[in-house]
Design a protein around this ligand. Structure first.
Ligand code: ADP
Ligand code: MG
Length: 559
């Protein structure tokens, strides 16, 4: 039987495709600029092997031009251009990518800067334009052609005039409707900010004529308007530069420019990974807790770039929840521009990057702890709680990563200490890591249950955060030392003789203990004699796994 070709309603297909790939209209500009950049790259790669071709960087640029009256926005480039066939094949067939083909043909030459791959980006222009006109002259050709389409019913191709090699993409911007605003795409400042946001690191200048102001000659204090051509993008991203060229201040400025936060970062990490996965990243550990940090509104994530072009504002998959405070960006050549959120989640490269980043953050925090205690404590003050949540969530699966980063106030030092510090100065006869949970250090210091432990010369960790004891329960033990609450029934300090004496005291005063037990029945499980107390007549202690403090937290939690 003869095979039939599928037919498709191209208009609907186009609409569906555009609407499913892109969530924001403004990215049409990113797509068109990326295509222009690819087109210039192609000349660059050709010049590498073609002796008749020289590549003088200054001759290559992208230019945006606005004509408000005619409602047009043009994106022009001095790239390789398109022949009539190219226009047919690349712009006439949806999902056909000339750039992808170019990359494959030129595999031997390092063509990895080319961004295009899926052959759909161009059509995003129809999100903002009624009509898209492409005038192009290919390298080595005397003729130019005009491709034009209103999106729905196909396209036309005619001969056109163009003096120089390259491509002009002319968008006739849609009229505003009640629901949708398009005029903004004819505003210089708006276009400038879109370029900054997505295309700041395109390696060729993106130029634009803009209105500026300067002091008026001869008249003091007055300004006059004038038009000038500006390069809008900064081209070389800081993360591509060498660490040795950069100062702390450069990183801080980047943090501010990017508005990662309004504080000064405590520390930064600059990664240039060249192994199984190639990527650059700059990460920051902020100084202060964002106001919404411990709420549901807070959204973790890093900016994700594919080869210098922003593809996602907040890629959450790059950070584990316990490091959700980290800000910054990742740029990888191994990711493609049009990748969707769903695809990203399963992306192997992205998983590798995430894993890599996680261990870099951990070692950075450990270095900070070792080399700059004050800064670490500042960091811990802001985000320590999140680390403890991290231990508690996932049933302690992350304890290996996190336990060395934890700190608790110590009875000895009266300031935060790490578990390692605690364990390393334990007296030989001490079996457990002791802790006391309660509202504040002040109150804990007065707790009768602490007396015997302190008397033995042992240190106690004060747990003043709701989450502390829960997190510790997940760690179970640290360097083979178990944790023990000072209010637990058996402290592991009492000698057999002590226990025997307690028993004897109970039976000698049988009537008294029976009377107390029946009086308090339903309120406490039992009343017992204890050697634990010195200056206090009585204290509460817990027998099971759940301490009195934990019970309070559990009872306060909404069901
Ligand atoms: P992609 O960039 O993923 O290949 P697009 O839909 O953005 O897909 O573009 C389709 C193809 O059209 C590109 O691969 C390229 O061959 C061609 N093209 C688009 N814009 C230009 C341009 N400004 N100059 C030269 N070729 C272009
Ligand atoms: Mg493209």
């Amino acid at each position: 039987m003869a095979k039939k070709q599928f037919k498709a309603e191209s208009k609907r297909l186009l609409e569906m495709m555009i609407n499913s790939i892109y969530t924001q209209r403004e990215i049409f500009l990113r797509e068109l600029i990326s295509n222009s950049s690819d087109a210039i790259d192609k000349i660059y790669y050709k010049a590498l092997t073609d002796e008749n071709l020289t590549f003088n960087k200054d001759d290559y640029f992208i230019k945006l031009t606005v004509d408000k009256e005619n409602r047009t926005l043009s994106i022009s480039d001095t790239g390789i251009g398109m022949t009539k066939e190219d226009l047919e094949n690349n712009l006439g067939i949806i999902a056909n990518s000339g750039s992808f083909a170019f990359k494959n043909e030129n595999e031997a030459k390092d063509g990895h800067n080319i961004i295009g791959q899926f052959g759909v980006g161009f059509y995003s222009a129809f999100m903002v334009a009624d009509t898209v006109t492409v005038i192009s002259r290919a390298l080595g050709s005397e003729e130019a052609y005009r491709w034009e389409s209103t999106g729905a019913d196909g396209y036309t191709i005619d001969v056109a005039d163009k003096d120089t090699v390259g491509t002009d993409i002319i968008l006739t911007i849609k009229q505003n409707t009640e629901d949708d605003q398009y005029d903004e795409y004819l505003e210089e400042y708006r276009l400038k900010s879109i370029v900054k946001k997505y295309s700041d690191f395109i390696r060729y200048p993106i130029k634009m004529d803009v209105t500026s102001h300067r002091p008026k000659e001869g008249s003091e204090g007055e300004f006059e308007e004038f038009r000038e051509e500006q390069t809008v993008n900064s081209m070389v991203p800081i993360w591509r530069k060498n660490k040795s060229e950069l100062t702390d201040e450069d990183y801080e400025n980047f943090y501010m420019e990017k508005r990662y936060g309004f504080d000064k970062p405590v520390s930064h990490i600059h990664i240039k990974a060249d192994g199984a996965v190639v990527y650059n990243a700059i990460l920051f550990i902020p100084e202060r807790t964002p106001f919404d940090y411990y709420t549901k509104e807070y959204e973790k994530g890093l900016e994700l770039y594919s080869n210098g072009v922003l593809i996602m504002d907040k890629c959450g998959d790059l950070l584990p929840d316990y490091f959700s405070f980290v800000k910054g960006m990742v740029d990888s050549e191994d990711l493609s521009l049009n990748i969707s959120r769903e695809m990203l989640q399963h992306d192997r490269q992205l998983k590798l990057i995430a894993k890599n980043i996680q261990s870099k953050i951990k070692s950075q925090l450990q270095t900070l702890l070792k080399d700059d205690r004050e800064k670490y404590e500042q960091f811990y003050e802001a985000f320590g709680r999140q680390l403890k949540f991290g231990v508690y969530n996932d049933y302690g699966m992350n304890k290996e990563v996190l336990q060395d980063l934890l700190m608790f106030t110590s009875s000895k030092e009266k300031k935060p200490v790490t578990l390692d510090e605690y364990v390393s100065r334990m007296p030989e006869d001490q079996k457990y890591i002791y802790y006391a949970s309660g509202e504040s250090v002040d109150r804990l210091e007065k707790l009768p249950q602490t007396e015997m432990v302190l008397d033995k010369g042992y240190e106690i960790l004060y747990f003043t955060d709701d989450i502390d004891e829960f997190a510790i329960k997940m760690i179970l033990n640290y360097k083979e030392k178990e944790f023990k609450s000072v209010s637990s029934g058996d402290l592991g300090i009492e000698s057999e003789d002590d226990k025997q004496e307690d028993k004897e005291a109970e039976s000698a005063n049988k009537d008294l203990f029976e009377a107390m037990n029946s009086l308090l029945s339903g309120k406490v499980k039992s009343v017992k004699a204890s050697k634990r107390l010195k200056t206090h007549p009585v204290c509460l202690s817990a027998e099971g796994e759940v301490s009195i403090e934990m019970e309070k937290v559990l009872n306060a939690m909404p069901n």
